[in-house]
Ligand binder design. Structure first.
Ligand SMILES: *Cc1c(COP(=O)(O)O)cnc(C)c1O
Length: 363
């Protein structure tokens, strides 16, 4: 009775819940560093903003997200009509796939990368053309070779989850110049606020040039609002206009809109978050170099470390000590582990456990 492709698609497997690990292992204190959430929560302005909208919960939300749209267009320097909001970026990935893919079409993407691009392509009955990363980086040349007259979408995850590695401005410009204009390119910039590399692409400045370019960003990561589900897309207004009928009319709740507006107003919070993340990156880099472990320099708030043994073993070891991370086995990098960069204290805790693990292994 269902679409036949649903028999062959695995559901998304989220990071483990703190409560489950506490119960299973009888631990009183468990830290979750598995889903790249902000270890510092969100701006204190968010709670006040949410309290303010509670009285209006009997009303539907503003389907156009007017106040947030205006503030965000100011913040980004784009036109309000160039924005589309989603119930998380996840919903936008669904929406673009639904709008652009159907049986006979294909979507080109890297592997390993964020799994929802593939899942949504398959649900629409389209083909997912996965091009292996090279040294953790998108193989843009290889991806271009996969593009044909049936390609509806190309996904570029920048920086890439789970490797943290990025496509540079020069690479991306050269790539865009070669993509046929009827193929939509979506650049998923879920970690854009964390980026420090000087040669990271300024994609916002490319929107006017490319009618087939969509950028997505989210309030789930640096802004710390993952639980509320709100992300957005940026593209030329003509493309946004065409996508709008496919968007559910009240897809972003009034609570999420108010919270995002408040979070956006507190850029000092974002600056502190990024500063702490940069220090955390240094903690992990220093540890990896000292321990002789291979890792990818990251532009996100996570780090992929190569252990040369099943990532599940590291995952189990850390879990028993109260840290939930992500085994690479689930991410397509079976001998690695992806760890969300946390507070200085969380990072030291994880690193202490990893040192113990390495000691136990070699003694
Ligand atoms: C976390 C993440 C998202 C999901 O964002 P939501 O806005 O919470 O749906 C999208 N893309 C990538 C690459 C991510 O890592």
């Amino acid at each position: 009775m269902l679409k036949s492709q649903l028999r062959h698609i695995l559901p998304y497997k989220p990071g483990k819940r703190i409560e489950d690990v506490q119960q299973e292992l009888g631990l009183t204190h468990v830290e979750k560093l598995a889903s790249n959430e902000n270890p510092f929560g969100s701006s204190p302005r968010v709670q006040a903003a949410i309290t303010n909208v509670i009285n209006g919960l009997s009303y539907y939300p503003d389907g156009y997200a007017t106040a947030l749209r205006e503030a965000l267009s100011d913040h980004l320097g784009v036109q309000p009509e160039q924005l589309i909001f989603g119930n998380g970026t996840d919903e936008l990935i669904h929406l673009f796939s639904r709008a652009m893919l159907y049986p006979g079409k294909n979507a080109v993407m890297a592997t390993p990368t964020f799994p929802n691009y593939k899942r949504n392509a398959l649900i629409e009955g389209a083909e997912a053309r996965e091009v292996p990363l090279k040294d953790g980086r998108h193989d843009l040349e290889g991806m271009l070779r996969e593009v044909d007259e049936n390609t509806g979408l190309i996904w570029i995850c920048n920086p890439n989850n789970p490797t943290g590695v990025y496509v540079t401005a020069d690479e991306f410009s050269a790539f865009m110049a070669r993509v046929p204009e009827q193929v939509i390119v979506v650049v998923d910039e879920a970690y854009r606020e964390y980026v420090t590399a000087a040669d990271f692409p300024e994609t916002l400045q490319m929107i006017d040039q490319y009618p087939n370019l969509i950028i997505t960003r989210t309030f789930s990561k640096a802004y710390g609002l993952a639980g509320l589900r709100i992300g957005y897309g940026i593209a030329q207004d003509a493309l946004i206009h065409q996508l709008e009928p496919a968007r559910e009319p009240f897809n972003v709740s009034s609570v999420a809109q108010a919270a995002a507006l408040a979070a956006l107003s507190d850029q000092a919070f974002i600056a502190r978050t990024v500063e702490e993340n940069n220090k955390g990156k240094q903690q992990y880099y220093a540890f990896c170099e000292e321990a002789g472990l291979a890792y990818y320099p990251t532009e996100g708030n996570f780090i992929l470390i190569e252990f040369g043994i099943s990532g599940d073993r590291i995952f189990d070891y850390l879990q028993r000590r109260g840290y939930i991370v992500r085994s690479g086995v689930q991410l397509g990098v079976p001998t690695a582990v992806r760890i969300t960069i946390g507070s200085a204290e969380q990072n030291s805790g994880v690193i202490r456990c990893l040192k113990e693990f390495l000691n136990d292994e070699t003694s």
